[in-house]
Design a protein around this ligand. Structure first.
Ligand SMILES: C[S@@+](CC[C@H](N)C(=O)[O-])C[C@H]1O[C@@H](n2cnc3c(N)ncnc32)[C@H](O)[C@@H]1O
Length: 261
């Protein structure tokens, strides 16, 4: 898997016709107020268990710091924070952060920060772990996003990525495709009150990496021991990798961002 410079469209993203960063920001701004609800409805509330699985896989607890990149309204980061870990959620879409703020007060252990996941405002090895839920597909350069997460996690810390994936089963695959193509865009628009916004999902999911390719991309981006767990009959993939040994640094040493959580 070749590394690409920030700003250049990754082939999987280019092939899908995924909108560029400004368009992604606009797209999520338009549905921010109902985004979390739409996730629950579209997944029959399974998204809660996917986020819990990702949080557990990070193996962090009280006294640790975790990054939630592309945090949106913060649901994944909050699942991590419930284990006692302090979380820095980063997203470049202000309305998504604003919609998440009521659920993520400082007392919840999560700070929401407006920033680009491709240029994180964190020093090298600043946190003990990092996660990204359904954000990687939206990045104009997924490899750069993975490298940024690996950069800010201390050696030995974990990086977890939750993403959609296509089931491989003979029955589950066509059912999933039909759901994503025909049901999900309509239901998503109905819940969020938008028009055509959820059409981006079948576009991006259909062209996305399969789990083995994503694991290879993670390895190419500096992550070791990459494992993949399929959830929801393979409709979702949870990849977890470990940041390789590098120069030692203090765990949980926050960089430029010093949230008060
Ligand atoms: C599908 S939502 C996922 C939100 C949340 N992680 C979840 O699990 O529901 C994708 C999020 O990625 C954000 N995003 C996309 N590209 C980004 C970038 N370059 N930097 C920061 N956030 C980005 C969008 O603003 C959006 O909130």
């Amino acid at each position: 898997v070749s590394a690409r410079s920030a700003g250049e469209l990754h082939p999987a993203v280019a092939a899908s016709g995924a909108p560029r960063a400004a368009e992604v920001r606009r797209l999520f701004a338009g549905i921010a107020h109902r985004y979390a609800l739409a996730n629950h409805v579209l997944s029959a509330y399974l998204d809660v268990s996917w986020r819990r699985a990702a949080a557990r896989a990070l193996a962090v607890g009280p006294g640790s710091w975790c990054l939630d990149a592309c945090c949106g309204t913060g649901d994944l980061g909050l699942a991590v924070a419930r284990g006692g870990c302090r979380v820095i959620g980063v997203d470049f879409c202000r309305p998504m952060l604003a919609a998440g703020r009521p659920a993520a007060p400082a007392s919840a252990g999560m700070a929401l920060v407006e920033a680009d996941a491709l240029r994180l405002p964190l020093r090298d090895r600043a946190v003990d772990a990092a996660c990204m839920g359904f954000g990687l597909r939206n990045l104009v350069d997924p490899a750069a996003g993975l490298r940024e997460m690996a950069r800010v996690v201390r050696p030995g810390g974990r990086v977890a990525v939750l993403e959609f994936s296509e089931p491989s089963g003979r029955l589950s695959r066509p059912v999933f495709r039909a759901y994503v193509r025909h049901v999900l865009p309509r239901l998503g628009d109905a819940v969020t009150g938008s028009t055509g916004t959820y059409r981006y999902l079948p576009q991006t999911i259909g062209q996305w990496f399969d789990p083995a390719e994503l694991a290879a991309l993670m390895r190419a981006c500096g992550l070791a021991d990459v494992s993949c767990r399929r959830l929801a009959l393979g409709a979702v993939a949870l990849h977890v990798g470990t940041v390789g040994a590098r120069a030692a640094a203090g765990p949980g040493d926050c960089g430029e961002v010093r949230p008060s959580c």
